[in-house]
Structures are given as structure tokens and as C-alpha cells.
Design a protein around this ligand. Structure first.
Ligand SMILES: C[S@@+](CC[C@H](N)C(=O)[O-])C[C@H]1O[C@@H](n2cnc3c(N)ncnc32)[C@H](O)[C@@H]1O
Length: 186
């Protein structure tokens, strides 16, 4: 059974898609997610390799589970579906998002972000981040060659919900962002 906080986070996930549990620790959220059979692939990520290897040893025989004993920033495949980052500081969450974004791997439909400190600064950063345009070079085939041009795209997420959940004496902020798939070419 999940804690009240993790259950609340779980309820924010969009069924039918992948779940990426970044900074998963013992993986409680991801375990409930794959047992529910409501999601596609479930990905466990934590920099504490022994925790991820313990999860792998216990659950790797389950179809649709994947294990990454590395920092979340180091993941080198696209993250799709639901991406959860909970239980680390706001600054760490920004580092993870920017690291993934810089590699073009942030392909999620939904981000569920639950900082455990610096919540106010993090909310401010989120507001700025979702309002940003980012440039990236894309390859464009022409008749005889391939040209590169700069495509300017919106960060691609809308900050849809600012929720909170109690955890003992503390109130945890829960930010839910959805993909808007908006882009423009300059
Ligand atoms: C307090 S636990 C949070 C567990 C769970 N997400 C939750 O909210 O209950 C924090 C976890 O984040 C992991 N962690 C911290 N920085 C990380 C990073 N950059 N990449 C992956 N894992 C990280 C730690 O190893 C630890 O297991």
C-alpha cells in the first residue's frame, strides 16, 4: 500500500501510457503502477544503483519493466508517457528536466513534479520554463543535400495543476504539467 503522498501522486498519472519513476528509491510507485496493469512500460530510475538492482532482481521477470541504475539526467532514450520526479529538491528537478530537454529526450505527455524543498523557487522557475522558447538545429533534406536550420520550439508543457498533499505535518506541493505539442518554425 502506498503512503498518502505517493497514492496522491499515483492518482495524477494518465493511464494507458508509460510511467517513468525518476529518483524511484525503493520503487513503490512504479511497482503499484505495473501491478495495476493500467500503464504500458514502467521505468525505474535511481542513481543509487543497489536500489535499482534490487528492483531488477525482484521484478525483471515482469514484462514491461525497465531498470536504469544511473542519474536521471544520464538517461539516453526518450521519456514518454508519465514522468514523475518526487522526493528530491526543486533545484535537482530543474537539473534533471534541463538535462533531458537538452538531449531532446523529454517527450512526456505528463510531468508530475513533487519537490521536497525550495518549493517556492521551483514554482517560479517552472512558470518561467513553460513560457520559454528553445532553439534546436534540425536536419532538412533538400533535392541534392541536407541542410541544417534552426527550429524554434516551445518548451512544450503547460502548468495545468498546482496541487498539494499532506505528508505528516508537512504539506507537499504537486505540480502537474501536460504536453501541448505546440511548435513554430522561424
Ligand atoms: C527521498 S527518495 C524519493 C523516493 C520517491 N521518489 C518518493 O518520492 O518517495 C530520493 C531518491 O532520489 C535519488 N536521486 C537523487 N538525485 C538523483 C538523480 N539525479 N538521478 C536519479 N536519482 C536521484 C536518491 O538516490 C534517492 O533514492
Amino acid at each position: 500500500m502506498l503512503s498518502t503522498r505517493l497514492q496522491f501522486i499515483y492518482e495524477q498519472l494518465e493511464p494507458g501510457f508509460d510511467v517513468w519513476d525518476l529518483c524511484c528509491d525503493h520503487g513503490y510507485l512504479g511497482i503499484v503502477a505495473f501491478k495495476s496493469k493500467k500503464f504500458q512500460q514502467v521505468h525505474f530510475v535511481d542513481q543509487a544503483a543497489h536500489l535499482v538492482e534490487a528492483l531488477r532482481a525482484r521484478w525483471a521477470t515482469e514484462a514491461d519493466t525497465h531498470f536504469y541504475p544511473c542519474t536521471a539526467e544520464a538517461i539516453d532514450v526518450p521519456l514518454t508517457g508519465n514522468v514523475v520526479i518526487a522526493g528530491v529538491g526543486g533545484q535537482k528537478i530543474t537539473e534533471i528536466l534541463l538535462g533531458l530537454q537538452s538531449k531532446g529526450h523529454l517527450k512526456a505527455r505528463r510531468l508530475v513534479l513533487v519537490p521536497h524543498k525550495d518549493e517556492e523557487a521551483f514554482e517560479h522557475w517552472l512558470e518561467l520554463w513553460v513560457g520559454q522558447w528553445i532553439g534546436q538545429w534540425i536536419e532538412q533534406p533538400t533535392e541534392h543535400s541536407t541542410e541544417s536550420r534552426l527550429q524554434d520550439s516551445f518548451v512544450g508543457f503547460r502548468l495545468d495543476q498546482r496541487l498539494s498533499v499532506k505528508e505528516g505535518p508537512r504539506v507537499r506541493r504537486v505540480f502537474v504539467l501536460n504536453s501541448i505539442n505546440d511548435s513554430r518554425v522561424v
